[in-house]
Every structure is written in structure tokens, then in C-alpha cells.
Design a protein around this ligand. Structure first.
Ligand code: FAD
Length: 519
């Protein structure tokens, strides 16, 4: 605390500015806000939830005057310690109430409050036949536009349009002293001079708190052909998707190994969810007849596509009309079919109908703990990395088997030239307040219970660190750096100095998410 100000003074001022409902200090709520999907940090002093940009600015000014660290949080769906501060004692700024959506059809721009979820943005835009180019991660029921832009995110729309950072025109950012900075000097575009908007993409909140995000708009392409392939080896998988990434015929695709297909994804498609999915397939199909046709195909295919090969890739190909989509799908079959075989398209049909599933996957298929770790590789290193990763697993197999630690892998495109290799780690261990609050007591009660298991947790943590090291040896880059991935050490000296100078300029007292990005 700065000067004569006490914590009680700060909380009193925050309550005056935001109202009592906008300032939470209850022990169980603070415990929830101290954890992300993976790790638990120190307790915040308070969690504040400003409802307007002006209220956010005022809250930041008060924290700055008190010399108290501020940590922004969107939907909280991350797992790289981005909003988890080990020391605690910060004010956590929950952006969830900054949820306004302003659609400017004339100029093909939407301005979203930072706390708008991707699911709500999709609903609002779809009513007008519109979408953003990148349109959200699988966690989009919880994940916010501001959170995704702050840590670099990919999935829906990413083959055709790239990652979150490629779908933004500008930000309004509240800086560490409460000032509001607009990053684009011109309403029509982002690139008027050096890219100041780009500076704030992937900053993990270290440079300021995004209050509003402006994104470009496209028409929704109503016709889609979901296509799936199975591959017998990782080398075949990679050869097929490398060609697909370069051809850019699909809107989105993702790949899974057998372990993940049978575990996490099969569970999403499990019996309990069938009825709901069927309803959504029908609702989202362009016509009832097409919906029925999709359902019949899914029923005939059963769950066999989950077990059709060692690796599977699922594509969603979109078109202006049925002919356009079918033409692109034919090209894709020609390109990818050289390396694998086509299988029933149950998984992409499901994902198109339910693009944002509830966050059941924050726990494993047996209720175990879960954390993903990823790296973005150049194509020429993907197969060698895969071999090295499997050698790493083989060396640790006995210990992992003894402790019940296991892994699965998932893959995504990063433009034509980057291959995202993601490894999900699972281990039997107790859940945190994050899991209990996110999934609810009823859902948790239906799962196997696990006592605290420090040995298994340490094994998983050590494996995670070893995988990050391995990615680094293969020159991989990372999204969602938070406090989990190395970054500054990878920058050349002048670039690292520039980053530090930007931080000093924007946040001279180091109060804005200290530690994120290694700053
Ligand atoms: C089940 C599941 C599925 C997932 N699927 C995907 C996927 O398909 N693709 C993918 O890339 N990731 C995925 N993720 C990871 C994660 O959900 C996304 O990266 C998502 O974008 C995080 O958004 P959020 O709003 O939850 O951010 P948070 O977790 O709240 O925050 C992330 C980081 O951004 C900062 N931050 C948040 N809001 C702001 C703001 N307004 N201004 C400045 N900084 C801010 C935080 O301090 C933190 O450092 C998944 C996670 C889960 C649990």
C-alpha cells in the first residue's frame, strides 16, 4: 500500500466507485479467482467487476494511487498462470460485465466489450448473417473476446483467417494509470503507420486492460461440408494436413490422436449428450431435411470414426452455395486423400453444431486433472519433434504408469506455415475451487473422486516442463505465454530491450499484471 492508504481505504473507495456488488471479498470467491484451470496462486485482495469503461478507469486509478497490483481476467478459461499471481495481494479485474456489442453493418465492424464471450458474439452477429473472420476458441461459452485477444487464440475460422490477432482492427485499452489508449489512429483500418494494435495482442494483460475490441465482419457462409480422414502414422497425418494448410480450402480443421479421440472427444459425444446434439444438429441445419440427413449419417457411423486410425483430422469446408462447398471439399479429398482415408464425418458435424461446448474438458474423461501444453513448429521439424516427444514418454513410461499419468495429442493449423502440436496431460489428483465452481457440485458429484496426489501432480508438472524444454529445442513458439512459457529469453537483446521499454512507458510502476510475459 502506498502512503497512508490502507487496504480498508482502497476497498471502501472501490465500493464507492463500483457499488458493493462490483467488489467481491468473500473467501470462497477469492479462492476461485486465485486459480486457473491448472494452477493456484496467492489470494487477491478483492475481485472487482466494473460495468462500464469509465468505472474500469476509476478502479484502475484507485489501485494505482494505492500502489496495488492489478490483474485482468476474462472468462478465466486459460491454464498458463496468465491471471494467477503467485504472490497474491492484487486486485483482480473481472471484465465480464463489459459486455456491450455494437454492430456497424455499414462499415463491416463490430465493437465488443472486452468481456463479451465468443458464444454471445456469434449469436448477435449470426442474427444479421455476419461473423468475424476468427470466431472463437472451443472454450467460447466462457472465453471472452478480450481474453483471447490478450493471449493469442486459435480454432474456429483459423485455417482460412488465422489466429485472434489477425481478426482485430483496434483496441481501447485502460493503461496502468487509468488513461484510455485507442490503438488504431483511423477507423477504417489497423495499419496506419506502425501496428500499435499488434503490440497489445498476446500481451497477457501486461500492457493494460482491454476495454473494447473492434473486429472486422464477414458474411456467414451457410453451406458447409464436414470431412474427416484417418491416418496410420503421424508422418502421414502431418503430410496430409501440411498440404491442406497450404491449400486453405477449409474454414477450420483440427486433428486428434487415438487417445484423445476416445477420451475427451468421445465423451462429449457420449450417450448423455446425444439428444441435445441431435436437437442442435437439426436446429443448425439449413433445412430440416438436411438436418435429418446429417443425423442419419451420424447414427450409421456410430462412434467408429473415433477409432478409425492412429490419427484423425476433421475439416469444416464452407461455401457460398452447395456447389462451392462441394467443389472445395472435392479438392480437399484429392489433396489429403493421398496420405489418409476418408472416414465418417461425425466429429466435424458435431463441432459445427456445437462449436462452443460446456467446459467439461477442464477435467479428463475419468474426472482426472487436465492441462494442455503446446508449441508451434515449422513443418520441417514436426515429425522429428513427434519422435523426440515419444522418446521422452518412453523414458518416463514406468513412472507415469505407476502414478496414472497419461497424455493425448491434438493439432491445429497456424496459417500455412505453422503447425500447432498440443499435448494434453492427465493425472489423478484433487480438484480446485476453479473446477468446483466452473462445473458445479452436481456434475462433480457424478465423477470419480480423487484425493490430493502430490506425487502424481509433481510427475505431471515435471513432464510439462520437460515438454516445454523439448519444444524450445525444436525452435517452437508459443501462444498464451502467461507466466508459463519462456519468452524474453528467446528475444534478441535489442528486441528484449524494446519490450522492457514499452512496459516502462505504459506501466512505469510495474502494477499491471506483474510477472506476465516475464515482465
Ligand atoms: C475446454 C477448453 C477449451 C479451449 N479451447 C481453446 C481453443 O480452441 N483454442 C485456444 O487457443 N485456446 C483454447 N483454450 C484456452 C483458453 O480458453 C483460450 O485461450 C481463451 O482465449 C481464454 O480467454 P479468457 O477470456 O478465458 O481469458 P482468461 O483466461 O481470463 O485470461 C487470459 C489472459 O488474458 C489476460 N486478459 C484477460 N482479459 C483481458 C483484458 N480484457 N485485457 C487485458 N488482458 C486480459 C489475463 O490476464 C490472462 O493473462 C481452451 C480452454 C479450455 C478450458
Amino acid at each position: 500500500m502506498r502512503g497512508a492508504m490502507t487496504m480498508a481505504d482502497l476497498l471502501h473507495s472501490l465500493r464507492q466507485a463500483l457499488g458493493s456488488a462490483g467488489v467481491e471479498t468473500g473467501a470462497d470467491r477469492l479462492r476461485y479467482f486465485a486459480s486457473d484451470v491448472y494452477r493456484t496462486g496467492g489470494l487477491p485482495l478483492a475481485a472487482v467487476r466494473p460495468a462500464t469503461v469509465e468505472a474500469l478507469q476509476e478502479a484502475v486509478r484507485l489501485c494505482a494511487a494505492a500502489g496495488v497490483a492489478m490483474v485482468p481476467r476474462g472468462g478465466g478459461a486459460s491454464y498458463t498462470d496468465g491471471y494467477v499471481r503467485p504472490e497474491g495481494g492484487h486486485v483482480l479485474i473481472d471484465t465480464g460485465a463489459l459486455d456491450a456489442i455494437m454492430i456497424d453493418e455499414t462499415n463491416a465492424v463490430v465493437t465488443a466489450g472486452a468481456g463479451v464471450t465468443w458464444a454471445n458474439l456469434k449469436t448477435a452477429l449470426e442474427a444479421k448473417g455476419l461473423r468475424t473472420p476468427f470466431w472463437g476458441p472451443f472454450s467460447g461459452l466462457a472465453a471472452t473476446v478480450g481474453g483471447s485477444m490478450s493471449q493469442n487464440t486459435l480454432s474456429h475460422g483459423s485455417t482460412a483467417h488465422g489466429i485472434s490477432a489477425q481478426s482485430v482492427i483496434g483496441f481501447d485499452v485502460v493503461l496502468a494509470n487509468g488513461d484510455l489508449l485507442t490503438t488504431n489512429a483511423c477507423d477504417a483500418m489497423r495499419w496506419y503507420g506502425p501496428d500499435l494494435t499488434g503490440l497489445f495482442t498476446g500481451d497477457c494483460g501486461a500492457f493494460g486492460i482491454k476495454a473494447r475490441v473492434r473486429l472486422p465482419l464477414l458474411p456467414v457462409l451457410a453451406e458447409a461440408v464436414p470431412v474427416s480422414f484417418a491416418f496410420d502414422s503421424f508422418a502421414d497425418y502431418h503430410a496430409g494436413v501440411r498440404a491442406a494448410q497450404i491449400a486453405r480450402l477449409d474454414d477450420s480443421h483440427f486433428g486428434l490422436d487415438l487417445a484423445l479421440s476416445q477420451g475427451q472427444i468421445a465423451r462429449q459425444e457420449g450417450m448423455g449428450a446425444r439428444l441435445k446434439i441431435a436437437l442442435q444438429v437439426m436446429q443448425n441445419a439449413p433445412s430440416r431435411l438436411k438436418g435429418l440427413a446429417s443425423l442419419v449419417k451420424m447414427a450409421i457411423a456410430g462412434e467408429n470414426p473415433m477409432r478409425a486410425g492412429q490419427y484423425m483430422c476433421h475439416f469444416i469446408v464452407e461455401g457460398f452455395d452447395a456447389g462451392d462447398a462441394a467443389h472445395k471439399a472435392r479438392q480437399l479429398r484429392r489433396i489429403v486423400g493421398r496420405h489418409g482415408r476418408e472416414i465418417a464425418n461425425t466429429v466435424p458435424t458435431f463441432v459445427r453444431s456445437v462449436p462452443f461446448a460446456p467446459l467439461f474438458n477442464i477435467l479428463g474423461p475419468g474426472g482426472e486433472r487436465w492441462v494442455p501444453v503446446h508449441g508451434v513448429l515449422t513443418h520441417d521439424r514436426a515429425v522429428a519433434f513427434n519422435d523426440a516427444f515419444h522418446a521422452l514418454l518412453a523414458a518416463r513410461k514406468a513412472e507415469m504408469d505407476r502414478l496414472g499419468v497419461w497424455t493425448g495429442t491434438m493439432f491445429s493449423p497456424v496459417g500455412p506455415s505453422g503447425f500447432l502440436y498440443e499435448i494434453a496431460l492427465y493425472w489423478p489428483d484433487a480438484r480446485t475451487d476453479y473446477h468446483l465452481t466452473t462445473l458445479g457440485a452436481d456434475y462433480i458429484a457424478g465423477l470419480a473422486d480423487f484425493p490430493a496426489n502430490p506425487e502424481a501432480a509433481a510427475c505431471a508438472d515435471d513432464l510439462k516442463e520437460a515438454i516445454v524444454d523439448l519444444f524450445q529445442q525444436f525452435g517452437a513458439g508459443h501462444f498464451q505465454i502467461g507466466r508459463a512459457y519462456p519468452y524474453r529469453a528467446r528475444l534478441p537483446e535489442r528486441a528484449s530491450g524494446l519490450l522492457a521499454a514499452v512496459k516502462r512507458e505504459l506501466d512505469p510502476d510495474g502494477l499491471m499484471n506483474p510477472g506476465a510475459l516475464g515482465l
